[in-house]
Design a binder for this molecule. Structure first.
Ligand code: PMP
Length: 412
């Protein structure tokens, strides 16, 4: 009998003690064949799997890592707070310091409150909007991801129609469909919820058009409803003031998580004075929501992002990667379509409906030491230096060459 790899052994053990071996987006069934499930270490832009192989990581822990795994400044701030105490009977001074820093950084924000996951933050935004407007309906873009609880989870298993009774769908970047959705709930519109940009799984990514962003703001104002930006995925990668600063439109409420503490568990809602009273009126809390370590890490993360021109660095590296890959795809005659902001790209092959070609490319890159995702938004960090991009481009060149050589590919 051949010895099992450590990753395979962990999967076998998990099969017995974890339903389905793993849940959600990291479910065993969703990890492409050839991909490891378990990771043991991360440093800078690299991760090491349980089998001891290392990768240049373009998922950044699905977004939270933005300054590099184990960033010394963030880790030092966290270590200082660990010594003082993490979860105590009440919040630590870091709570006030972090709220002040966020308000200082994010133009629409007059206040902030904190939780742990993006879902906590999007749900709190929805609840605050309803409390503040005394109305019920929430407009949500079809196919957009806002979390994993009944009002928004992509699976309908265990979800009742009543859980979604006040959710009305529109198409992102389609002003007409947003108008129609708003018209259908006249007098009862609590909020228009928008993603920072269209970043649906397996779809070309799209920035919001100016027309769409302005129309959403106007419709929310006319209906006396809230405009909520879900910045959980994109927050601090496109604009430190919030992603819709790029289109010059400010939300009433925004949901944040992922990158705000460089990997420590933290989420935030920021809001304007119009919704301050409503935010104070709802009951929202969690045992770990005031813990100091993640907040200390967040203060260090935001401070470093602000002082290091982080967005320019990520943009420059992202552009270098995009240009390099584009040239390679053209060289090999492959219909590779890159979309999304360069620091949050998705790579899709035209006509590749089930991501067969995309997965093949990713698996070949994985074998050579680059961790990509065939369908989900990927992420760059400030640890992805131009040298790292060049190392990656050697890998992608080989991977694309192999994909081009596979004779059996026929776009579906
Ligand atoms: N909104 C968006 C746009 C997200 O990408 C995610 C997570 N991928 C969430 C909300 C939910 O965040 P969490 O998984 O931390 O609950």
């Amino acid at each position: 009998m051949t010895a099992q790899s450590p990753d395979a052994a962990l999967r076998a053990r998990a099969e017995k003690v974890i339903p389905g071996g793993m849940w959600g987006h990291q479910s065993v069934s969703r990890v492409p064949a050839g991909y490891p499930q378990y990771f043991v270490r991360g440093e800078g832009c690299r991760t090491w799997d349980a089998n001891g192989r290392s990768y240049i990581d373009y998922m950044c822990a699905w977004g939270p890592m933005i300054l590099g795994y184990g960033d010394p400044d963030v880790e030092e701030a966290a270590a200082r707070q660990i010594k003082l105490g993490d979860g105590l009977n009440g919040p630590t001074p870091r709570l006030v310091e972090l709220a002040e820093l966020m308000i200082d950084t994010i133009p629409h924000a007059d206040w902030a409150l904190f939780s742990k996951n993006g879902t906590d933050a999007t749900t709190a935004c929805v609840t605050i909007a309803r409390a503040g407007t005394r109305k019920r309906k929430i407009l949500v873009a079809e196919g957009a991801y806002h979390g994993a609880i009944p009002w928004c989870t992509p699976s309908l298993e265990g979800v009742t129609a009543e859980d979604r009774a006040h959710i009305v769908y529109y198409q992102f970047n389609d002003v007409g469909s947003l108008e129609a959705a708003a018209d259908s709930v006249k007098g009862d519109l609590a909020a228009i919820l928008v993603s920072a940009f269209k970043h649906d799984l397996g779809k070309m990514h799209e920035m919001p058009t100016l027309e769409f962003a302005r129309a959403a703001r106007k419709m929310a104002d006319e209906a006396d409803a809230a405009l909520i930006v879900d910045d959980v995925r994109a927050g601090f990668r496109l604009d430190l003031g919030g992603s819709w600063e790029l289109v010059g439109v400010r939300p009433d409420l925004a949901a944040w998580s992922k990158a705000i503490a460089n990997g420590r568990a933290l989420a935030a809602v920021t809001g304007n004075d119009r919704f301050r009273k409503a935010a104070a009126s709802i009951f929202t809390t969690g045992s770990f929501w005031t813990a100091g370590v993640a907040m200390a890490a967040s203060i260090a993360t935001i401070t470093k992002l602000k002082s290091s021109d982080a967005i320019s660095l990520m943009t420059a590296s992202g552009q270098r990667l995009r240009d390099g890959i584009q040239a390679q795809a053209e060289k090999y005659g492959l219909p590779l379509r890159q979309s999304g902001p360069v620091q949050m790209p998705v790579f899709l092959f035209e006509g590749d409906k089930n991501c067969v070609m995309g997965t093949r490319f990713c698996v070949e890159a994985l074998k050579r030491g680059a961790y990509f995702h065939p369908a989900h938004t990927m992420f760059l960090s400030t640890a992805h230096t131009p040298e790292i991009i060049d190392e990656t481009l050697q890998i992608t060149d080989e991977a694309l060459k192999i994909v081009a050589q596979v004779a059996d590919f026929e776009p579906v």
